[in-house]
Design a protein around this ligand. Structure first.
Ligand code: NAD
Ligand code: DAU
Length: 357
Protein backbone atom coordinates (compact mmCIF):
# COMPACT_ATOMS: atom_id res chain seq x y z
CA UNK A 1 0.00 0.00 0.00
CA UNK A 2 1.45 3.37 -1.01
CA UNK A 3 1.27 6.24 1.46
CA UNK A 4 0.61 9.71 0.06
CA UNK A 5 1.38 12.90 1.90
CA UNK A 6 -1.00 15.49 0.47
CA UNK A 7 -0.51 19.07 1.61
CA UNK A 8 -3.38 21.57 1.35
CA UNK A 9 -5.89 18.74 0.94
CA UNK A 10 -8.69 20.78 2.54
CA UNK A 11 -8.56 23.39 -0.23
CA UNK A 12 -10.32 23.41 -3.58
CA UNK A 13 -8.06 21.27 -5.76
CA UNK A 14 -6.59 19.21 -2.90
CA UNK A 15 -10.02 18.04 -1.71
CA UNK A 16 -11.09 17.16 -5.26
CA UNK A 17 -7.80 15.26 -5.71
CA UNK A 18 -8.28 13.27 -2.49
CA UNK A 19 -11.81 12.29 -3.53
CA UNK A 20 -10.56 11.34 -7.01
CA UNK A 21 -7.76 9.19 -5.56
CA UNK A 22 -10.01 7.28 -3.15
CA UNK A 23 -12.53 6.78 -5.98
CA UNK A 24 -9.79 5.28 -8.12
CA UNK A 25 -7.56 3.39 -5.69
CA UNK A 26 -10.13 2.60 -2.94
CA UNK A 27 -8.37 0.74 -0.08
CA UNK A 28 -5.07 0.27 -1.87
CA UNK A 29 -3.56 3.63 -0.89
CA UNK A 30 -3.33 5.63 2.32
CA UNK A 31 -3.59 9.44 2.28
CA UNK A 32 -2.25 11.73 4.98
CA UNK A 33 -3.66 15.21 4.51
CA UNK A 34 -1.58 17.98 6.12
CA UNK A 35 -3.35 21.32 6.15
CA UNK A 36 -3.23 24.18 8.64
CA UNK A 37 -6.76 25.28 7.66
CA UNK A 38 -6.34 28.87 6.59
CA UNK A 39 -9.48 30.73 5.49
CA UNK A 40 -9.27 28.59 2.29
CA UNK A 41 -9.09 25.22 4.04
CA UNK A 42 -12.49 23.65 4.60
CA UNK A 43 -12.86 20.17 6.10
CA UNK A 44 -16.50 20.12 5.01
CA UNK A 45 -15.07 19.44 1.53
CA UNK A 46 -13.88 16.07 2.80
CA UNK A 47 -16.92 14.76 4.65
CA UNK A 48 -17.18 11.88 2.17
CA UNK A 49 -13.73 10.52 3.10
CA UNK A 50 -13.22 11.55 6.72
CA UNK A 51 -14.26 8.18 8.23
CA UNK A 52 -12.08 6.03 6.00
CA UNK A 53 -9.45 3.98 7.78
CA UNK A 54 -6.92 4.80 5.09
CA UNK A 55 -7.33 8.60 5.54
CA UNK A 56 -5.52 10.65 8.19
CA UNK A 57 -5.90 14.39 8.73
CA UNK A 58 -3.13 16.34 10.45
CA UNK A 59 -3.65 20.02 11.20
CA UNK A 60 -0.16 21.44 10.67
CA UNK A 61 1.61 24.31 9.00
CA UNK A 62 3.95 23.23 6.18
CA UNK A 63 6.38 25.88 7.43
CA UNK A 64 6.88 24.08 10.75
CA UNK A 65 10.20 22.26 10.42
CA UNK A 66 9.71 20.04 13.44
CA UNK A 67 6.15 19.02 12.58
CA UNK A 68 6.89 18.15 8.94
CA UNK A 69 10.09 16.23 9.75
CA UNK A 70 8.15 14.31 12.43
CA UNK A 71 5.46 13.31 9.96
CA UNK A 72 8.15 11.80 7.70
CA UNK A 73 9.62 9.98 10.76
CA UNK A 74 6.25 8.66 11.84
CA UNK A 75 5.05 7.46 8.44
CA UNK A 76 6.85 5.81 5.54
CA UNK A 77 5.77 8.31 2.89
CA UNK A 78 6.00 7.15 -0.74
CA UNK A 79 4.43 10.08 -2.55
CA UNK A 80 4.26 13.79 -1.76
CA UNK A 81 1.68 15.91 -3.60
CA UNK A 82 2.23 19.52 -2.63
CA UNK A 83 -0.87 21.69 -3.07
CA UNK A 84 -0.69 23.84 0.08
CA UNK A 85 -0.30 27.49 -0.86
CA UNK A 86 -1.74 30.93 -0.61
CA UNK A 87 -3.52 30.87 -3.96
CA UNK A 88 -5.38 34.12 -4.59
CA UNK A 89 -3.72 36.78 -6.76
CA UNK A 90 -5.75 39.72 -5.35
CA UNK A 91 -4.76 38.81 -1.79
CA UNK A 92 -1.10 38.63 -2.85
CA UNK A 93 -1.28 42.21 -4.12
CA UNK A 94 -2.52 43.34 -0.68
CA UNK A 95 -0.28 41.15 1.47
CA UNK A 96 2.68 39.57 -0.34
CA UNK A 97 4.58 38.46 2.77
CA UNK A 98 2.41 35.48 3.65
CA UNK A 99 2.73 34.26 0.04
CA UNK A 100 6.50 34.11 0.37
CA UNK A 101 6.29 32.42 3.77
CA UNK A 102 3.91 29.68 2.71
CA UNK A 103 4.66 29.22 -0.96
CA UNK A 104 8.45 29.58 -0.84
CA UNK A 105 9.56 28.73 2.70
CA UNK A 106 6.86 26.06 3.11
CA UNK A 107 7.97 24.36 -0.10
CA UNK A 108 11.62 24.46 0.97
CA UNK A 109 10.71 22.90 4.30
CA UNK A 110 8.79 20.11 2.61
CA UNK A 111 11.58 19.42 0.11
CA UNK A 112 14.10 19.28 2.93
CA UNK A 113 12.00 16.89 5.02
CA UNK A 114 11.35 14.56 2.06
CA UNK A 115 15.02 14.58 1.06
CA UNK A 116 16.16 13.76 4.61
CA UNK A 117 13.64 10.93 4.92
CA UNK A 118 14.28 9.40 1.49
CA UNK A 119 18.07 9.74 1.17
CA UNK A 120 20.28 6.65 1.21
CA UNK A 121 24.05 6.41 0.81
CA UNK A 122 23.83 5.90 -2.94
CA UNK A 123 20.78 8.00 -3.75
CA UNK A 124 17.16 7.63 -2.64
CA UNK A 125 14.95 4.82 -1.36
CA UNK A 126 13.19 3.08 -4.22
CA UNK A 127 9.98 4.39 -5.77
CA UNK A 128 9.69 7.64 -3.82
CA UNK A 129 8.40 10.75 -5.55
CA UNK A 130 7.51 14.39 -4.91
CA UNK A 131 5.13 16.39 -7.11
CA UNK A 132 5.01 20.17 -7.01
CA UNK A 133 1.60 21.52 -8.01
CA UNK A 134 2.44 24.70 -9.88
CA UNK A 135 0.61 27.06 -12.16
CA UNK A 136 0.67 28.54 -15.66
CA UNK A 137 0.92 31.97 -14.01
CA UNK A 138 4.68 31.45 -13.56
CA UNK A 139 5.03 32.03 -17.33
CA UNK A 140 3.59 35.54 -17.03
CA UNK A 141 1.20 36.86 -19.62
CA UNK A 142 0.59 36.35 -23.36
CA UNK A 143 -0.10 39.82 -24.65
CA UNK A 144 -1.16 38.71 -28.14
CA UNK A 145 -4.24 36.73 -29.17
CA UNK A 146 -2.10 33.84 -30.37
CA UNK A 147 0.71 31.76 -28.88
CA UNK A 148 1.02 29.34 -25.98
CA UNK A 149 2.98 28.63 -22.84
CA UNK A 150 5.30 25.65 -23.38
CA UNK A 151 7.38 23.92 -20.71
CA UNK A 152 10.37 25.65 -22.33
CA UNK A 153 8.82 29.14 -22.10
CA UNK A 154 10.84 31.42 -19.82
CA UNK A 155 9.46 32.10 -16.41
CA UNK A 156 8.23 35.70 -16.12
CA UNK A 157 5.85 36.07 -13.16
CA UNK A 158 4.12 39.40 -12.51
CA UNK A 159 2.07 39.17 -9.32
CA UNK A 160 3.48 38.44 -5.86
CA UNK A 161 1.48 35.17 -6.01
CA UNK A 162 3.04 34.02 -9.29
CA UNK A 163 6.48 35.21 -8.20
CA UNK A 164 6.21 33.07 -5.07
CA UNK A 165 5.06 30.05 -7.09
CA UNK A 166 7.90 30.56 -9.58
CA UNK A 167 10.37 30.75 -6.68
CA UNK A 168 9.00 27.49 -5.32
CA UNK A 169 9.43 25.88 -8.77
CA UNK A 170 13.04 27.07 -8.84
CA UNK A 171 13.68 25.45 -5.47
CA UNK A 172 12.25 22.16 -6.71
CA UNK A 173 14.45 22.46 -9.80
CA UNK A 174 17.45 23.16 -7.58
CA UNK A 175 16.74 19.98 -5.58
CA UNK A 176 16.42 18.01 -8.82
CA UNK A 177 19.62 19.45 -10.32
CA UNK A 178 21.76 19.53 -7.18
CA UNK A 179 20.58 16.48 -5.26
CA UNK A 180 18.97 14.37 -8.05
CA UNK A 181 15.84 14.61 -5.93
CA UNK A 182 12.99 12.49 -7.44
CA UNK A 183 10.41 15.10 -8.40
CA UNK A 184 8.09 16.48 -11.04
CA UNK A 185 6.48 19.87 -11.49
CA UNK A 186 3.04 20.27 -13.05
CA UNK A 187 1.89 23.67 -14.29
CA UNK A 188 -1.85 23.83 -14.70
CA UNK A 189 -4.20 26.46 -16.08
CA UNK A 190 -7.26 27.88 -14.24
CA UNK A 191 -9.34 25.20 -12.51
CA UNK A 192 -13.09 25.30 -11.97
CA UNK A 193 -15.52 22.91 -10.31
CA UNK A 194 -17.04 22.02 -6.91
CA UNK A 195 -15.61 23.32 -3.61
CA UNK A 196 -13.86 26.41 -4.98
CA UNK A 197 -13.70 29.28 -2.51
CA UNK A 198 -16.04 32.10 -3.61
CA UNK A 199 -13.27 34.68 -3.94
CA UNK A 200 -12.34 33.21 -7.36
CA UNK A 201 -14.14 34.32 -10.54
CA UNK A 202 -16.60 31.47 -11.17
CA UNK A 203 -17.97 30.74 -7.66
CA UNK A 204 -17.98 34.46 -6.84
CA UNK A 205 -20.13 35.24 -9.88
CA UNK A 206 -22.49 32.30 -9.21
CA UNK A 207 -22.96 33.33 -5.59
CA UNK A 208 -23.44 37.03 -6.33
CA UNK A 209 -25.86 36.33 -9.17
CA UNK A 210 -28.00 34.12 -6.94
CA UNK A 211 -28.07 36.83 -4.27
CA UNK A 212 -28.88 39.56 -6.80
CA UNK A 213 -25.57 41.28 -6.06
CA UNK A 214 -23.50 43.11 -8.67
CA UNK A 215 -21.01 41.08 -10.73
CA UNK A 216 -17.63 42.89 -10.56
CA UNK A 217 -15.76 42.48 -13.84
CA UNK A 218 -12.20 43.79 -13.76
CA UNK A 219 -11.18 46.20 -16.53
CA UNK A 220 -12.93 45.56 -19.85
CA UNK A 221 -13.63 41.87 -19.12
CA UNK A 222 -11.52 40.82 -22.11
CA UNK A 223 -8.72 39.10 -20.20
CA UNK A 224 -8.45 35.45 -21.19
CA UNK A 225 -8.04 32.41 -18.95
CA UNK A 226 -7.68 28.76 -20.03
CA UNK A 227 -10.18 26.74 -17.96
CA UNK A 228 -9.87 23.09 -16.90
CA UNK A 229 -12.35 21.03 -14.89
CA UNK A 230 -10.74 20.26 -11.53
CA UNK A 231 -11.20 16.48 -11.77
CA UNK A 232 -9.16 16.48 -14.98
CA UNK A 233 -6.38 18.25 -13.09
CA UNK A 234 -6.54 15.60 -10.35
CA UNK A 235 -6.23 12.89 -12.98
CA UNK A 236 -3.27 14.64 -14.62
CA UNK A 237 -1.43 14.81 -11.30
CA UNK A 238 -1.94 11.10 -10.77
CA UNK A 239 -0.73 10.27 -14.28
CA UNK A 240 2.37 12.44 -13.99
CA UNK A 241 3.10 10.93 -10.58
CA UNK A 242 2.97 7.39 -12.01
CA UNK A 243 4.28 7.90 -15.54
CA UNK A 244 6.12 11.22 -15.63
CA UNK A 245 9.88 11.11 -16.20
CA UNK A 246 11.82 12.16 -13.10
CA UNK A 247 12.92 15.78 -13.11
CA UNK A 248 10.47 16.85 -15.81
CA UNK A 249 7.95 19.69 -15.93
CA UNK A 250 4.49 19.01 -17.40
CA UNK A 251 1.98 21.65 -18.49
CA UNK A 252 -1.66 20.75 -17.83
CA UNK A 253 -4.52 22.37 -19.76
CA UNK A 254 -7.35 21.59 -22.13
CA UNK A 255 -7.14 24.26 -24.85
CA UNK A 256 -10.15 26.05 -23.46
CA UNK A 257 -9.57 29.80 -23.59
CA UNK A 258 -12.39 32.13 -22.60
CA UNK A 259 -12.70 35.86 -22.00
CA UNK A 260 -13.90 36.66 -18.49
CA UNK A 261 -17.00 38.40 -19.80
CA UNK A 262 -17.95 35.28 -21.77
CA UNK A 263 -17.82 33.26 -18.53
CA UNK A 264 -19.92 35.79 -16.61
CA UNK A 265 -22.59 35.90 -19.34
CA UNK A 266 -22.67 32.11 -19.49
CA UNK A 267 -23.17 31.89 -15.72
CA UNK A 268 -26.12 34.31 -15.88
CA UNK A 269 -27.72 32.37 -18.76
CA UNK A 270 -27.18 28.93 -17.23
CA UNK A 271 -28.53 29.97 -13.84
CA UNK A 272 -31.61 31.47 -15.48
CA UNK A 273 -32.13 28.19 -17.32
CA UNK A 274 -31.59 25.93 -14.30
CA UNK A 275 -33.71 27.77 -11.73
CA UNK A 276 -37.37 26.69 -11.63
CA UNK A 277 -39.85 29.01 -13.40
CA UNK A 278 -41.26 30.53 -10.23
CA UNK A 279 -37.99 30.99 -8.37
CA UNK A 280 -37.88 34.68 -7.30
CA UNK A 281 -34.10 34.80 -7.90
CA UNK A 282 -34.81 34.55 -11.63
CA UNK A 283 -36.20 38.07 -11.71
CA UNK A 284 -32.88 39.86 -11.40
CA UNK A 285 -30.80 37.35 -13.41
CA UNK A 286 -29.69 39.38 -16.37
CA UNK A 287 -26.67 41.28 -17.70
CA UNK A 288 -27.67 44.44 -15.81
CA UNK A 289 -25.97 42.85 -12.80
CA UNK A 290 -22.56 43.28 -14.46
CA UNK A 291 -20.41 46.16 -13.17
CA UNK A 292 -17.09 47.05 -14.75
CA UNK A 293 -14.77 47.85 -11.85
CA UNK A 294 -11.18 49.04 -11.49
CA UNK A 295 -8.75 46.63 -13.10
CA UNK A 296 -6.52 44.31 -11.06
CA UNK A 297 -3.02 45.81 -10.70
CA UNK A 298 -0.64 44.15 -13.17
CA UNK A 299 -3.54 42.11 -14.58
CA UNK A 300 -2.15 39.38 -16.86
CA UNK A 301 -3.83 39.61 -20.26
CA UNK A 302 -4.03 36.05 -21.49
CA UNK A 303 -3.04 32.55 -20.41
CA UNK A 304 -2.98 29.59 -22.80
CA UNK A 305 -1.33 26.27 -22.07
CA UNK A 306 0.25 23.91 -24.60
CA UNK A 307 -0.44 20.47 -23.06
CA UNK A 308 1.09 18.32 -25.79
CA UNK A 309 3.93 16.95 -23.64
CA UNK A 310 1.71 15.41 -20.95
CA UNK A 311 -0.54 13.97 -23.67
CA UNK A 312 2.36 12.41 -25.56
CA UNK A 313 4.14 11.00 -22.52
CA UNK A 314 1.28 9.85 -20.28
CA UNK A 315 -1.78 9.70 -22.53
CA UNK A 316 -3.62 12.24 -20.33
CA UNK A 317 -6.48 14.12 -21.95
CA UNK A 318 -9.23 16.21 -20.37
CA UNK A 319 -12.48 14.25 -20.11
CA UNK A 320 -14.90 17.04 -19.22
CA UNK A 321 -15.56 19.54 -21.96
CA UNK A 322 -16.33 23.10 -20.84
CA UNK A 323 -20.05 23.11 -21.78
CA UNK A 324 -20.58 20.07 -19.56
CA UNK A 325 -18.18 21.11 -16.81
CA UNK A 326 -19.59 24.59 -16.28
CA UNK A 327 -23.11 23.16 -16.09
CA UNK A 328 -22.00 20.51 -13.57
CA UNK A 329 -20.29 23.24 -11.57
CA UNK A 330 -23.28 25.59 -11.52
CA UNK A 331 -25.58 22.68 -10.60
CA UNK A 332 -23.20 21.74 -7.79
CA UNK A 333 -23.33 25.25 -6.29
CA UNK A 334 -27.12 25.33 -6.66
CA UNK A 335 -27.39 21.99 -4.86
CA UNK A 336 -24.89 22.96 -2.17
CA UNK A 337 -26.19 26.30 -0.94
CA UNK A 338 -25.55 25.20 2.64
CA UNK A 339 -21.85 24.75 1.82
CA UNK A 340 -21.82 28.22 0.28
CA UNK A 341 -23.58 29.83 3.24
CA UNK A 342 -21.15 28.14 5.68
CA UNK A 343 -18.22 29.47 3.66
CA UNK A 344 -19.54 32.98 3.30
CA UNK A 345 -20.64 33.23 6.95
CA UNK A 346 -17.40 31.67 8.24
CA UNK A 347 -19.28 28.78 9.91
CA UNK A 348 -17.17 26.18 8.10
CA UNK A 349 -14.29 27.11 10.41
CA UNK A 350 -16.19 25.69 13.38
CA UNK A 351 -16.29 22.28 11.71
CA UNK A 352 -12.74 21.36 12.72
CA UNK A 353 -13.49 21.96 16.39
CA UNK A 354 -16.70 19.97 16.25
CA UNK A 355 -15.27 17.12 14.20
CA UNK A 356 -11.82 16.77 15.73
CA UNK A 357 -12.49 17.91 19.28
P1 NAD B 1 -6.85 26.87 -2.11
O1 NAD B 1 -6.53 28.24 -1.67
O2 NAD B 1 -8.27 26.50 -2.36
O3 NAD B 1 -6.31 25.82 -1.02
C1 NAD B 1 -5.06 25.95 -0.40
C2 NAD B 1 -5.01 24.99 0.79
O4 NAD B 1 -3.70 25.09 1.38
C3 NAD B 1 -6.02 25.33 1.88
O5 NAD B 1 -6.65 24.16 2.35
C4 NAD B 1 -5.16 25.96 2.98
O6 NAD B 1 -5.69 25.76 4.29
C5 NAD B 1 -3.85 25.21 2.78
N1 NAD B 1 -2.70 25.96 3.30
C6 NAD B 1 -2.38 27.26 3.03
N2 NAD B 1 -1.27 27.60 3.71
C7 NAD B 1 -0.87 26.49 4.40
C8 NAD B 1 0.23 26.22 5.27
N3 NAD B 1 1.12 27.17 5.57
N4 NAD B 1 0.33 24.99 5.81
C9 NAD B 1 -0.59 24.02 5.49
N5 NAD B 1 -1.65 24.24 4.70
C10 NAD B 1 -1.79 25.45 4.13
O7 NAD B 1 -5.96 26.59 -3.37
P2 NAD B 1 -6.27 25.74 -4.69
O8 NAD B 1 -6.95 26.61 -5.66
O9 NAD B 1 -6.85 24.44 -4.29
O10 NAD B 1 -4.77 25.53 -5.23
C11 NAD B 1 -3.99 24.43 -4.79
C12 NAD B 1 -2.64 24.48 -5.46
O11 NAD B 1 -2.79 24.43 -6.86
C13 NAD B 1 -1.85 25.76 -5.16
O12 NAD B 1 -0.51 25.40 -5.01
C14 NAD B 1 -2.05 26.60 -6.41
O13 NAD B 1 -0.96 27.45 -6.62
C15 NAD B 1 -2.14 25.53 -7.48
N6 NAD B 1 -2.92 25.88 -8.67
C16 NAD B 1 -4.19 26.37 -8.55
C17 NAD B 1 -4.94 26.61 -9.70
C18 NAD B 1 -6.37 27.14 -9.63
O14 NAD B 1 -6.95 27.45 -10.65
N7 NAD B 1 -6.98 27.22 -8.45
C19 NAD B 1 -4.38 26.37 -10.96
C20 NAD B 1 -3.07 25.88 -11.04
C21 NAD B 1 -2.37 25.62 -9.88
O1 DAU C 1 -3.96 30.21 -13.94
C1 DAU C 1 -3.92 29.49 -12.75
C2 DAU C 1 -4.29 30.37 -11.59
O2 DAU C 1 -5.70 30.63 -11.70
C3 DAU C 1 -3.95 29.78 -10.24
O3 DAU C 1 -2.56 29.64 -10.14
C4 DAU C 1 -4.48 30.66 -9.11
O4 DAU C 1 -4.26 30.04 -7.85
C5 DAU C 1 -5.97 30.87 -9.31
O5 DAU C 1 -6.49 31.73 -8.31
C6 DAU C 1 -6.26 31.44 -10.70
O6 DAU C 1 -5.76 32.80 -10.81
P1 DAU C 1 -6.58 33.94 -11.58
O7 DAU C 1 -6.13 35.24 -11.11
O8 DAU C 1 -6.57 33.67 -13.04
O9 DAU C 1 -8.08 33.59 -11.05
P2 DAU C 1 -9.27 34.51 -10.52
O10 DAU C 1 -10.46 33.62 -10.38
O11 DAU C 1 -8.88 35.33 -9.36
O12 DAU C 1 -9.53 35.49 -11.76
C7 DAU C 1 -9.84 34.97 -13.04
C8 DAU C 1 -10.01 36.15 -13.97
O13 DAU C 1 -11.20 36.87 -13.61
C9 DAU C 1 -8.88 37.18 -13.90
O14 DAU C 1 -8.66 37.72 -15.20
C10 DAU C 1 -9.43 38.28 -12.99
C11 DAU C 1 -10.92 38.23 -13.27
N1 DAU C 1 -11.82 38.59 -12.14
C12 DAU C 1 -11.65 37.93 -10.97
C13 DAU C 1 -12.45 38.22 -9.89
C14 DAU C 1 -12.25 37.51 -8.56
C15 DAU C 1 -12.81 39.54 -12.32
O15 DAU C 1 -12.99 40.12 -13.40
N2 DAU C 1 -13.62 39.83 -11.26
C16 DAU C 1 -13.47 39.22 -10.03
O16 DAU C 1 -14.23 39.55 -9.09
Amino acid sequence: MKTYLVTGGAGFIGSNYIQYMFGKYKESIRIINVDCLTYAGNLENLVSVENRENYIFIKEDICSKEAIHNIFKQYDIDRVVHFAAESHVDRSIRNPQIFVNTNVMGTLNLLDAAKCAWETKGGYKEDKKYLQVSTDEVYGSLEEETGYFYETTSIDPHSPYSASKASADMLVKAYIDTFHFPANITRCSNNYGPYQFPEKLIPLMINNALLGKKLPVYGDGKNVRDWLYVRDHAKAIDMVMEQGRLGQIYNVGGHNEKQNLEIVNLIIETLAELLPAKDPRKEHLNRDLIRYVEDRKGHDKRYAIAPEKIKAETGWEPETMFAEGIRLTIEWYLNNQKWMSHVTSGDYQKYYLEMYR
